[in-house]
Design a protein around this ligand. Sequence first.
Ligand code: CU
Length: 154
Amino acid sequence: MGLSFPSLTSPSLAKSLKAGDLTIDNIWSRPSPGQPNNAAVFMTIANNGEKWDRLVAVETPMAENAVLHKSAIMSGLLKMYLTKGMYIDPGKTLAMRPDKFHIMLVNLKASMIIGETFPMTLVFEKAGRVQVRVMVKKDTGSKSKTKDREKEGK
Ligand SMILES: [Cu+2]
């Protein structure tokens, strides 16, 4: 594996990554200030093919364990469950979110620092193993605050 990663921001980070019929985009993680041991990772996975695929596992050197989680509201509380996989149906896009599917890194081995990236391997049932890099960034807070949509010239 004589691969080396460019350590500084690489332009490829912002681009989407293709693996067969899958297009993986916007791969990011929250920083870990409040709860140093766990962190959630999000991304979108679009399936442009004609057959379903399924994310079945993830691996990363950043944490002792990386699991697939699904969240659901039970009696008013947001709870997380282990899920065996995340299906991506043909023509559909799986968008991970804190209150839906996400990847959970358990027992981090290092701090998640905003602006840094770390490697992760996604294991798909059909597309196989896909190497990605996760960008640590601030939560843009789409859910906690109601935003007034204003017209802005971009
Ligand atoms: Cu979780």
